[in-house]
Design a protein around this ligand. Sequence first.
Ligand SMILES: Nc1ncnc2c1ncn2[C@@H]1O[C@H](COP(=O)(O)OP(=O)(O)OP(=O)(O)O)[C@@H](O)[C@H]1O
Ligand SMILES: [Mg+2]
Length: 232
Amino acid sequence: MFTILIANPKGGAGKSTLTTNISGMLASLKQRVVIMDLDKQQSATNWLARRPDAFPKIMSWTEETDMGELRQFGPQWMVIDTHARLRRADRTYLLSRANVVLVPVNPSVFDIEATAKFLIKLHQDARVQSGAVSIGLVGSRTDSRTRMAQELSSFFQRSGLPVIMYVPDSVLYPQCARDGVSIFDLPRARTEQQIEAWAPLIAWLKTNVAKGKTAAPTAAPEMPQHGVVEVA
Ligand SMILES: Nc1ncnc2c1ncn2[C@@H]1O[C@H](COP(=O)(O)OP(=O)(O)OP(=O)(O)O)[C@@H](O)[C@H]1O
Ligand SMILES: [Mg+2]
């Protein structure tokens, strides 16, 4: 099971939006996806609960999940949504499970400052240092014409990390959040521009899968330690 960890210590950075839309994107590609929602706000879990049956199935993995049903579903992908204040031990644990980490960042100086510190912490992790886990940056709610978008872009370049995509600022995202869908579930005529923005993410994920990145024990999924779900 290929595991995507979504993390950023800044509240409102776009973690749940990325989680739900990556999950919807993979499900639309006929992939079996499970979401692990480690945020007490339960944004991704509530989104799944609102998801209409007509759309490709995505499973949620909580302490109440019927593990028999989950195994039968046979998830190929796990997307982990996190809360803003991951403790060091939780971060280390999650990095031991992850194949890739996506860090969404808003075009704002406060977000950039908080993310810069977070990236340093990520780099201290042994699995990140060894290259077993890849980190990718994602610009959230970015309007490329703005000065702040340029500042975000130069911050990304200075970090030396791969910049995977910029998610445009669009009312479609809060609308999708409300309706339990992703932009990949909407009629193409409404989303063509958005879908284009996500193409580099698909390519990056494929590259990482092809590299044969496998997280330590991949067989039977387990819930992480209780501490992971606590907000510090
Ligand atoms: N590309 C976008 N365009 C417009 N609105 C967006 C976009 N991405 C996210 N939003 C909105 O920004 C807000 C914050 O996004 P989101 O909830 O995904 O962040 P988060 O990092 O999960 O927050 P938290 O730290 O509270 O869990 C939400 O209201 C969401 O709908
Ligand atoms: Mg969230």
